[in-house]
Design a protein around this ligand. Sequence first.
Ligand code: SF4
Length: 253
Amino acid sequence: MWTPETDISKNLTLWITHECNMTCKFCRDSAHKGIKGFMSMEDVYKNLDTAKANGITTILIGGGEPTLHKDIIEIAKFCKRLGFFTVITTNYTKPDIIKKLDGICDTINISVYKENEHLIPNQSDFKSTLCLKTLMYSGRWKDKADFDNFIYKYKAKVPNMVFGCMRGHTKWCKNHQEIDFYDEIKRESEIVDGSRGNQVWIYKGTFIDRKDLSSSHKRHMMVDVRGTVYNADGKMMLKNEKILESINGNVRG
Ligand code: SF4
């Protein structure tokens, strides 16, 4: 489960595909749109073995939609065999596959959209820790009361809820960054420091991750489906044969 104190320096995101069965306007993976295909198992094993040997402790399996990868169960099992804390982020359009990942992944992040709200499961039916991740953008809720009702409704099913805020990475996102009732929420929130140099508001037992207020773009390491490695500054680095150096540079010492 993500918390504001989470040490992201030992995380590695494994983007096993950029393909997705949804077409969200605010897609955070928009920079990779058009990149087809799936990470080969050879690359999965190589990347995970290298990560393990070099101090990475948490693997974040993401996409695109990672449940579209035909070997997703084996990927999660391999993460656990190597002893990683294993997190998957999914749009929950394939609940049958998510059920098979239950008890293998430590945390299952479910991205909540208007389209899948009705599918949200109950934490009590899962062994893995569930976390609902929802983006805040103008028009998503009509006012603060509507937002509060959303929290009450879904917190009863899944207690862990994290809200992300638009950082303006696409034109649509820039136009939908402002939420009319941010000030009202802030007044009722406890404000803590996030691990990426950002504010986190703790509001009604949920985390509102105000990365949009941060000038720093501190990220953790990522390797994408082509084998391109991104370092902790978000800079694209080399190819996956260089993952060893980039991990060494970011984690060791
Ligand atoms: S479900 Fe996620 S990856 Fe797919 S289009 Fe929407 S935001 Fe992008």
